[in-house]
Design a protein. Structure first.
Length: 121
């Protein structure tokens, strides 16, 4: 009986090793040409209008909300996002309609902080 268990264990381990090797060493390269799109039209449709920023003076934030992030959304209410920029990174002029036209303020550098955490198991 122990001999059968050993043989079964060896067979199961061999199958697992072969399956793992198959997954690791087979290339998952898609075949065909893939989707086709017009990059210029995509860029124009999905770009941010720098003449249409709203301003929150209490928090010194320029923002745009309701920006659709895909070419043909099924529901623009859910397939949209907001962009928020701290005021010190923009130079802005007020438009007659209440929005702002913004350009990047090159004198302020963006600071990125990266922290690493130690996880214990």
């Amino acid at each position: 009986m122990q001999k059968i268990h050993k043989i079964l264990a060896i067979i199961v381990i061999s199958i697992m090793v072969l399956a793992g090797a198959f997954v690791l060493f087979t290339k998952n390269t898609p075949s065909g040409n893939g989707p086709s799109y017009n990059a210029t039209a995509l860029n124009q449709k999905l770009s941010i209008n720098m003449n249409n920023w709203s301003y929150d003076s209490e928090n010194d934030i320029y923002y745009q909300i309701g920006l659709v992030y895909c070419m043909n959304p099924k529901d623009p209410k859910y397939e949209s996002c907001g962009i928020y920029v701290p005021g010190k990174y923009f130079n802005a002029t007020k438009n007659p309609n209440g929005t702002c036209t913004c350009t990047a303020n090159d004198s302020n550098k963006i600071q990125i902080r990266i922290s690493f955490f130690n996880f214990y198991y």
